[in-house]
Write a protein that binds this ligand. Structure first.
Ligand SMILES: *[C@@H]1O[C@H](CO)[C@@H](O)[C@H](O)[C@H]1NC(C)=O
Ligand SMILES: *[C@@H]1O[C@H](CO)[C@@H](O)[C@H](O)[C@H]1NC(C)=O
Ligand SMILES: *[C@@H]1O[C@H](CO)[C@@H](O)[C@H](O)[C@H]1NC(C)=O
Ligand SMILES: *[C@@H]1O[C@H](CO)[C@@H](O)[C@H](O)[C@H]1NC(C)=O
Ligand SMILES: *[C@@H]1O[C@H](CO)[C@@H](O)[C@H](O)[C@H]1NC(C)=O
Ligand SMILES: *[C@@H]1O[C@H](CO)[C@@H](O)[C@H](O)[C@H]1NC(C)=O
Ligand SMILES: *[C@@H]1O[C@H](CO)[C@@H](O)[C@H](O)[C@H]1NC(C)=O
Ligand SMILES: *[C@@H]1O[C@H](CO)[C@@H](O)[C@H](O)[C@H]1NC(C)=O
Ligand SMILES: *[C@@H]1O[C@H](CO)[C@@H](O)[C@H](O)[C@H]1NC(C)=O
Ligand SMILES: *[C@@H]1O[C@H](CO)[C@@H](O)[C@H](O)[C@H]1NC(C)=O
Ligand SMILES: *[C@@H]1O[C@H](CO)[C@@H](O)[C@H](O)[C@H]1NC(C)=O
Ligand SMILES: *[C@@H]1O[C@H](CO)[C@@H](O)[C@H](O)[C@H]1NC(C)=O
Length: 698
């Protein structure tokens, strides 16, 4: 109790007298005489601070505060650094500390007036406001409150921290207004790193960034809802290395055109309307290593002259509508590891490998004629998704020794898939092309593969699932919509523990894949349009009991009654089978449920009305009977399709359609309903289809 009073005294002294010397306490702490030991005030403040939270100790947390024990020197505690001479705590690092609870402005943290570095990132302060007390840490140079579930406005007092070199408030659900920003810009003249990603700045006038510290090296304003014209001058600080203004959809302005050489290494202007002159960029920003210009507005841009970006490692130019041929010579940028040219309407074929008279292989572009250059052996990620590339897949892609991710989804590629020489791939997506032939044998040897999507091609042949047994890291596998026949013979002991998505629709299979019983994390299972007969096996009901969210077993020959045990299902498609018995009811998380074209009997149980997220409910073409439950008109505010046609319902249509409903399609055709049309149908303002005909039309 005594200490608490002293601390309170100290605290008030600090507030009104910024020198905040605690030398007056040294006599009372004589038992801690050794100077490099923790100052007792600070020790006490830290213990109080710890008490204010519940501490979680999951595997990802650092568990730092566990070592904080009374009676031990706090300078030796994990995450705590003291100044040698005074024993005052000057640095506190509780990144991923597992702290959970509120930080009120009376928190003892604010007694630690000597703090120079404070990292509270990745804790859960449960929506606490950022206290104005943070402005009292006048010696602070590094403050990191990122990802810690703070909320509310950033207090103007932050601008009192005039010594700040690094400020990270990213991913806090906080807002910044122009007044606070102006003060920050005025006073924080030593700032080198400013990260405010995802801070809501929708009310900020971007011009306020004009005079930000000239020491700036890093500016991250990703996804800040900034709008209006961003000042060009922000790109001028002489040491600026990283600028991220991405995902500010309504931000306009110009990337500067003046000629000067800049040390900029990383630039992200994706999803903004900031204009970039491609030539100026490539000529004047030769230090660029990471360039993200996804979905941007270019002025007079075309892709030539990339040759000057000799340091470039990552280039994302996706969704810009460049069109024409890919200037493949950019594959020769020596350090390029990651190239994304998706969604650009690129046409033409891949370059091929040619050997010249000295036996050296290089790339040559037949259609265009020019020599491309050496094979890019350092490439790790190539994303050409959603273009119009045609011709065959070139085999050199399969021998790139470092290639980890290859995405050629949605092009016009034809011919066979080549055999992979290199084993480095972890992600392969060739879906939505026109590829023919067998699944190449070498795919079954790609032991690092976590993601394989060959769907929607013309692949054929029989695939014995056993062949995937070496691919133990598979998380996602999609072989659907080809002409493949899958069989599960000889599979007795094979398991895929990581599997989360499995799509074997249109794969000509006749049984449920038994190996799934050992895939505890299954989230999505698609087995539609196959030849599976009989009951849902008992073991299947326990697969992904907590994790399964998508299940499509439609267009099979399932019979018997269905019992549902999945707790977090959202999407359930059982249509076009021969399922019997009563209507099974999925869990309340479901938004999509269709079980049309089956042989269900009995009434709709009123518990259906607990499905308050339901958007689509299709029970048509069954033999359901009895009255339609009263609640059907108002149990879900999101219901847009209610299809009960071709059953045997009788009685009246419930008059319960609620205001603001979003029903578009109400189909009650071919039942034995009677009585008036309910008046509350008038509230269905979105209604497009209303079918209450008695005649069994088609
Ligand atoms: C934190 O503690 C948990 C539970 O005791 C443990 O699983 C985890 O590995 C620890 N974290 C670290 C970084 O040591
Ligand atoms: C700190 O302030 C909060 C909220 O104002 C209050 O609930 C709490 O009791 C206070 N704690 C102490 C130690 O005064
Ligand atoms: C943030 O805090 C709110 C309020 O306590 C809580 O509901 C939410 O789960 C927290 N979010 C995270 C990501 O911890
Ligand atoms: C800010 O914090 C976030 C999340 O904790 C981190 O990812 C990011 O790298 C930090 N920013 C800077 C500039 O260090
Ligand atoms: C600037 O910082 C000084 C020193 O911390 C402080 O006294 C002053 O109030 C601050 N000014 C603004 C506008 O925040
Ligand atoms: C920025 O600084 C210049 C001089 O360095 C000054 O003229 C101008 O008014 C300042 N702008 C703002 C918005 O403070
Ligand atoms: C591109 O940006 C616009 C808004 O400027 C957005 O509507 C669109 O979804 C974005 N496209 C892609 C592919 O991200
Ligand atoms: C590099 O830029 C210069 C102009 O500064 C230009 O003349 C040259 O053609 C460019 N080189 C390449 C390979 O694009
Ligand atoms: C493919 O890219 C075009 C623009 O090139 C875009 O309009 C279309 O929406 C994209 N399709 C997909 C599925 O991303
Ligand atoms: C063969 O190609 C290499 C690499 O492009 C080149 O350096 C060499 O001069 C070429 N030799 C002949 C004889 O064309
Ligand atoms: C590829 O597409 C172009 C048109 O963009 C066409 O002229 C060419 O014949 C196609 N090549 C192949 C092999 O399909
Ligand atoms: C059900 O599926 C079978 C096989 O796919 C098909 O022949 C039949 O027409 C489908 N019935 C309906 C009503 O869609």
């Amino acid at each position: 109790m005594g200490w608490l009073c002293l601390l309170f005294l100290l605290f008030t002294t600090c507030q009104f007298n910024s020198t905040c010397s605690s030398s007056s306490f040294s006599s009372s702490s004589s038992s801690f005489s050794s100077r490099h030991l923790c100052h007792p005030d600070d020790s006490y403040a830290l213990l109080q601070f710890k008490k204010a939270f519940s501490i979680r100790t999951l595997s990802l947390y650092s568990n730092r505060t566990i070592s904080w024990q009374k009676g031990k020197d706090c300078c030796a505690w994990s995450g705590v650094t003291c100044e040698k001479r005074t024993g005052h705590v000057i640095s506190l690092n509780l990144h991923f500390g597992g702290l959970q609870g509120n930080i009120h402005s009376n928190n003892s943290l604010f007694f630690l007036r000597h703090l120079r570095r404070l990292d509270l990132s990745r804790n859960d302060f449960q929506g606490s406001p950022i206290s104005s007390q943070f402005g009292g840490f006048v010696s602070m140079t590094h403050l990191d409150l990122s990802n810690s579930n703070f909320s509310g406005p950033i207090p103007t007092e932050i601008s009192h921290l005039s010594n700040l070199v690094s400020l990270n408030l990213s991913q806090a659900a906080v807002t910044l207004d122009t007044l606070s920003l102006n003060r920050i810009v005025q006073n924080l003249t030593n700032l080198r790193e400013l990260d405010m990603a995802a801070v809501d700045m929708s009310s900020v006038v971007p011009d306020s960034f004009n005079n930000l510290s000239s020491s700036l090296t890093t500016l991250i304003l990703f996804h800040c809802h900034l709008q209006g014209k961003f000042p060009e001058s922000i790109f001028h600080p002489p040491n600026l290395r990283q600028v991220d203004l991405g995902s500010n959809y309504n931000l306009t302005g110009y990337f500067p055109k003046s000629n000067w050489s800049s040390p900029l290494e990383s630039l992200d202007l994706s999803h903004t309307r900031i204009s970039v002159d491609w030539h100026h960029l490539t000529r004047n920003f030769r230090s660029l290593r990471y360039l993200f210009l996804k979905n941007c507005t270019f002025v007079g841009s075309y892709l030539a002259s990339l040759g000057n970006l000799t340091q470039i490692m990552l280039l994302d130019l996706s969704y810009n509508g460049f069109g024409g041929h890919i200037p493949w010579s950019l594959l020769n940028l020596e350090r390029l590891k990651d190239l994304d040219l998706s969604g650009n309407n690129f046409v033409g074929q891949f370059p091929e490998v040619v050997r010249n008279s000295t036996g050296i292989s290089y790339l040559y572009e037949f259609s265009e004629g020019p020599l491309v250059g050496p094979i890019p052996r350092h490439l790790t990620k190539l994303t050409l998704y959603n273009n119009s590339l045609n011709g065959t897949m070139p085999s050199w892609l399969g021998s790139l020794p470092s290639l980890e991710e290859l995405n050629l989804r949605r092009n016009q590629l034809s011919g066979n898939i080549f055999e992979f020489q290199s084993r480095s791939l972890s992600r392969l997506d060739l879906s939505y092309n026109k590829l023919h032939g067998l699944v190449p044998r070498s795919i079954y040897e790609l032991v690092n593969l976590g993601w394989l999507d060959l769907s929607s091609n013309n692949l054929s042949g029989t695939v014995e699932f056993e062949k995937f047994s070496k691919l133990q890291s598979l998380v996602r596998l999609n072989l659907s919509s080809n002409h493949l026949s899958l069989s599960f013979n000889n599979l007795s002991n094979n398991t895929w523990l990581e599997l989360s998505t499995l799509d074997l629709s249109f794969c000509n299979i006749s049984e449920f894949p038994y190996f799934l019983r050992a895939s505890p994390n299954l989230e999505a299972l698609y087995l539609s349009h196959n030849r599976i007969q009989g009951n849902l096996p008992k073991w299947l009901l326990d697969v992904g009991k907590e994790s399964l969210t998508y299940l499509d077993l439609s267009h099979n020959f399932l019979t018997g009654t269905v019992e549902l045990r999945w707790k977090n299902l959202q999407y359930l498609d059982l249509r076009n089978n021969s399922i019997q018995g009563k209507l099974p009811i999925p869990p309340p998380s479901t938004f999509y449920f269709t079980i049309s074209n089956n042989q269900l009997i009995g009434e709709i149980p009123p518990i259906i009305c607990s499905l308050s997220f339901l958007q689509i409910l299709d029970l048509s073409y069954n033999r359901l009977s009895g009255k339609i439950p009263q609640c059907i008109g108002n149990f879900s505010q999101r219901l847009s399709v209610l299809d009960l046609r071709k059953n045997k319902f009788d009685g009246i249509i419930p008059n319960t359609f609620s205001t603001r409903n979003v029903l578009r399609n109400l189909n009650l055709n071919g039942n034995q309903l009677e009585g008036p049309l309910p008046l509350s149908l008038l509230t269905c303002r979105e209604l497009e289809v209303l079918d209450v005909a008695k005649k069994q039309n088609s």
